[in-house]
Structure formats: C-alpha cells, structure tokens
Write a protein that binds this ligand. Structure first.
Ligand SMILES: *Cc1c(COP(=O)(O)O)cnc(C)c1O
Length: 444
C-alpha cells in the first residue's frame, strides 16, 4: 500500500473525462434511485484525501458519511482485514462462531457508556441495528409502541422509514409504513419559538406530555433518539432535553435507545455523544465509524434487556462478518493509538473558529453547530426571519466541489452544509478546505 500524498490537486474539470465516461456507463446500468453527491469516480482514498480516476485529489469533508473516521485505508484496518481475508471470509456466526465477533462485543462493552453488564449483537447496516433494537425492546417490555423525534433519521428499511421524519427522499411513495410509531418534538435550539435557552425544558415537557396523553407511557417499548441528530441537520438537542427524556423512560420502564450510528466512535470528541450530558442509554446502536469502512453494525445494551430475546430470535447470514469484525478491531486500535477523540475536539476548535469569522462577513450563516468533527452551518435568507436557504447550501457545495473540496448537505429544509472530515485529516488540509469554503462564500 502506498500512502496517498496529503495534498489537494485539481488537474481536470470536476468531474473529469474518465469520471464522465464511467458516469455514462453507470447511468445506463445503475438504478436511477441510487444517487451520488458528486459523480467523481474514486481510484483510492486515505487520510484526508480522495483521489479520482482522473488524478484529481479532493479534500474529504465527508468520510463517506461519517464512516472512514480513521481514513479510508487505515493501516491497522487493512492489516487486520487482509489477514482475516486470507484465513477465512465467512462461516456465519450462527453456524460456527469465531473470535473476532466476540472481541468486537467485548470492545463495545468496554467503550459504551455505563459500567453495568452489557451484551451485543452484530449486524450489517445501521438500519438493521435500529430494527433489532426495536425487536429487543419489544421482546423485553412486552409492549409495542416506539417513540421517535422530529428531524430524526434511522434508515431506509420499512420500519426505519417509519422511524425517519423526512419524506423526501427517504419515504416518498414507499408506504405503507410500519405501525405503532409516534413522533414527538425535539429541542431544536436555533428554531425553537421561545429561544434556544428555553428549548430543552419546553421541548422535553411537550414530548413527555404527548407520549403520556396520546400513546400512554405504559404502551411504549422504546424511545429512540440520536444524541446529535445527523441527516436532520446536525441538531444538538438543547441542554437538559436528553437527560429529561432518559429520566422519563427510566421512570416508566421504557427502553431508552441512543442511535449513535453517525455520532458514535470518536466523531463528536467522545466515544459516544450521549456522554456529554452523562446520559447512559439502555441500548445503543452503532455502525458507520465502527469498522473503518467495512460494513458492520451493532446493538449494545444492558445484559438483561439484550437477553430477553429467545435463542435464534436475532441474527442474519452476514451479521458480524469476520472481515468486518477485523476491520472494527483495527479501527478501534487506531482510535485509541492516535487519540482520535482529542483530534475530533481539535477539529471542532479549528472549524468553529474559522466559521465564526466567516459568519461575521456572511450573515447567511444563521447557525454554527455540532461537536467534534461533526460540524454544520445552517444557511438562511435572512438571519432575522431564519427562512431556510437550500439553494445557497446547494450552490456552496457545488462551488466547493469544483475546487476539490468534498462537502455534503443535510437538514429537514436541505439548507445545512455539514462537515465530517476523517479524524486523521492533517490540519493543513483542514484549513485549506476551510479556505475553499470561504472563497465559495465570496463567489456565491
Ligand atoms: C446512517 C444512519 C442510519 C442508517 O444506517 P445504514 O447503515 O445506512 O443503514 C441510522 N441512524 C443514523 C443516526 C444514521 O446516521
């Protein structure tokens, strides 16, 4: 493996001719429902760089949607996964087990919040983990209702579409959706009518009132929340909201599930984002950053809850694939060795400092938020009215792409630019990316 030079390089139009050729082949054969943010075809990637087939090197502020936190070709991930590939690719853990699966569950028990006895089950994707958390919670409580939040995102399968808030593009035309799913308000500080300082207390009171009056706490199996909401716009629930909801769940025998699929594994400068307010979830779902790019997901939680399910009730052919487990162990090794929590906090410091300077010049930046290397700006037409400006987010992303900076958008109103660099990105590249963003503001 040759290390990719950690330097931006733009040698063709973006996308270049070879990417355009591949894009034509792709259009002819790949289903149109599968989109791409930027149709630049990847040749290799690592550190903070994605190199395309035309030889361009893009600065990566996306990490394949918060996946490659350790980089897309981290040494320990490649080493461990390659060794595992040579030994065996698959047996199915439900047929004959292997050590890597057990080691990942041991690591999850060690790293997730709380010092209670924990157990885990492994799966392939985030959506699958969330679905299984619901299965476990229903089995444990003997109840059916599931409570989720405004702006929440939990996946694209039938049950997780029901749990997801946003219609377009995730749900539109794909109903009917799974029943017994109830949505309540979240403390979205920037848009809370009486101000961010009241959002935590008021939103939690409203949510609890709705659950109690409309669903009945005694009917609720699980409350599922992202401690920092991802696709919904990197919304950090205002202070006090998460602890209040967790407390309500505890008082009423409801399984409190933290969906840390995007926010977990050092992304926010902690192993898990819920640690910031001392919240200890009953169950926690993880995926994305867990395995350095290999497909793996997990549900981890209180042993007595996880063990409520009958033997054979959880599983899947590929769940906890040995190569993906090896990747996870390599990824966790890298996170510890390089102290990527500290790196994430440094990325936050650099980004928020630069973005605050940009905000003084460009009032279209209505809000700067997020934690660690999960940072976003919300764009508005006028900071007084806070009218969302999705066109500005799109134009800025496009301008950044043309200069070789990969950024993503998100948000219920499509007006949020989000930054998810690999945690191993060099500070020079980070600053160069922010320079490009600043130039994009000047141009748009
Ligand atoms: C991405 C994501 C999911 C779904 O994960 P997939 O691996 O795409 O199925 C679920 N929850 C959150 C918070 C996510 O960010």
């Amino acid at each position: 493996m040759t290390a990719i030079p950690q330097e931006r390089r733009v040698v063709t139009a973006i996308p270049g001719p070879k990417s355009q050729e591949l894009q034509a082949r792709r259009t002819a054969t790949v289903a149109g429902g599968v989109g791409s943010v930027l149709p630049v075809f990847t040749a290799r990637a690592g550190g903070g760089i994605i190199e395309d087939v035309d030889g361009n090197r893009l600065i990566d502020f996306g990490s394949g949607i918060a996946v490659t936190s350790v980089g897309a070709s981290a040494e320990a991930v490649v080493r461990r996964a390659s060794a595992q590939l040579a030994d065996f690719t698959h047996t199915c853990f439900m047929v004959t087990p292997y050590e890597g699966y057990v080691e990942v569950c041991e690591a999850l028990a060690e790293l997730t919040p709380g010092d209670h006895a924990k157990k885990s089950a492994l799966f392939n994707s985030g959506a699958e983990a969330v679905e299984n958390a619901v299965k476990v919670a229903r089995s444990y409580t003997g109840r059916q209702a599931v409570v989720v939040f405004d702006h929440g995102y939990h996946g694209r399968t039938n049950l997780t579409m029901a749990l997801t808030a946003k219609n377009m593009p995730y749900k539109h035309g794909f109903g009917p959706f799974a029943p017994e799913v109830y949505r309540v308000p979240v403390a979205y500080g920037y848009r809370w009518p009486t101000g961010a300082e009241n959002a935590g207390a008021e939103a939690s009171a409203q949510a609890i009132d709705m659950i109690s009056k409309q669903v009945g706490a005694e009917n609720v199996a699980a409350i599922i929340i992202e401690p920092v909401l991802g696709e919904g716009g990197f919304i950090e629930p205002a202070k006090g909201f998460l602890p209040a909801i967790a407390e309500f769940a505890r008082e009423n025998g409801i399984v409190f599930v933290a969906d840390e699929i995007q926010s977990g594994f050092c992304r926010t400068g902690q192993w898990f984002a819920c640690e910031d307010e001392g919240v200890v979830p009953d169950l926690i779902t993880t995926a994305k950053g867990i395995a350095g790019g290999l497909p793996l997901a997990a549900v981890t939680g209180r042993a007595e809850i996880m063990d409520a399910v009958h033997s054979g009730g959880l599983g899947g052919t590929y769940g906890g694939n040995p190569v993906a487990c090896a990747g996870a162990l390599g990824s966790i090794e890298t996170m510890k060795e390089l102290d990527l929590n500290a790196k994430a906090r440094r990325i936050e410091e650099v980004m928020k400092g630069r973005l605050a300077t940009m905000q003084e010049k460009y009032p279209a930046i209505g809000d700067i938020r997020g934690r660690g290397a999960m940072i976003a700006i919300e764009l508005v037409k006028d900071p007084a009215t806070k009218e969302p400006d999705a066109a500005a987010a799109g134009a800025l992303a496009k301008a950044c792409h043309a200069e070789g900076l990969l950024v993503l958008t998100c948000g219920t109103y499509g007006n949020v630019l989000r930054f998810l660099p690999p945690l191993v990105i060099g500070e020079d590249l980070l600053n160069e990316g922010l320079d490009i963003l600043e130039q994009a503001f000047a141009g748009v």
